[in-house]
Design a protein around this ligand. Structure first.
Ligand SMILES: O=P(O)(O)OC[C@H]1O[C@H](OP(=O)(O)OP(=O)(O)O)[C@H](O)[C@@H]1O
Length: 225
């Protein structure tokens, strides 16, 4: 069995054991059965054992995303909005953001990568999947989970400029300002400034894991080894 599968298996056993031993209260078990997992149970989630610290809780994310959706809806009112999500990290943020929008929009995706399995940018952007239709004439809103060096965004903005879009704006949930090397790229909507740590959860990964966590946190050093 792969190392991560063993960890997952162990995590699930821990949760089952806590329920069996009634460490988790019956009322909370009922909540879990009704699909609204309690905060404690979420922290017991299989991969949460590798989390050193929760940086943004689910409640904080929910509130911020709603505020952002309202602001964006006001700014794009009356415009043909095309929301372009950058796979894969932005999926959780994007779906929550769009669910809270008050105006109509179209959706498309691009898949880009510059991190691979590590925690540092390779510096070059790899297009794994391009837009599926022509964005010409549309007001494009790029939706990112996180801006780190700014390399991906700089490349993306100049790429979309060649497509005759009416405008190109950028929205990100997290901005790691301290790590920016591309300082001349404007970010139009930012959820939170992110500490200079490698973060996971709410769509963000380390080697494709942890995207499923409902909060944003940083990993224990041993989880990288
Ligand atoms: O500002 P930068 O240094 O360019 O980093 C930001 C990019 O890195 C992350 O994607 P990643 O390559 O990790 O792919 P993923 O979304 O599939 O996890 C993130 O979603 C951004 O697209």
């Amino acid at each position: 069995m792969a190392e991560m599968d063993v960890e997952l298996e162990q995590g699930l056993k821990q949760v089952a054991d806590l329920i069996q031993r009634k460490v988790i209260e019956p009322s909370k078990r009922r909540e879990a059965e009704e699909t609204e997992l309690s905060e404690e149970m979420k922290l017991q989630h299989a991969w949460s054992c590798n989390i050193e610290r929760v940086i943004f809780t689910e409640a904080q994310l929910k509130k911020k995303v709603k505020e952002m959706a309202i602001q964006i809806s006001k700014d794009f009112e009356g415009k043909q909005l095309l929301a372009v999500g950058i796979l894969t990290g932005a999926v959780c943020f994007m779906t929550d953001l769009l669910k809270n929008m008050l105006i109509p929009y179209q959706i498309d995706f691009m898949s880009l990568s510059s991190y691979g399995k590590g925690t540092t940018s390779s510096g070059s952007v790899n297009v794994k999947q391009d837009l599926s239709f022509d964005p010409a004439g549309k007001h494009v809103l790029i939706i990112e989970d996180l801006i780190d060096t700014g390399n991906t965004l700089k490349w993306l903005k100049s790429y979309l400029m060649t497509k005759n879009c009416a405008s190109v704006k950028l929205c990100t949930l997290l901005d790691k300002k301290a790590r920016r090397t591309e300082t001349d790229v404007a970010v139009d909507y930012v959820g939170f400034t992110c500490p200079d740590e490698f973060v996971v959860g709410y769509g963000m990964d380390f080697a494709e894991n942890y995207r499923c966590l409902p909060f944003v946190g940083c990993l224990k050093p041993e989880a990288y080894q």
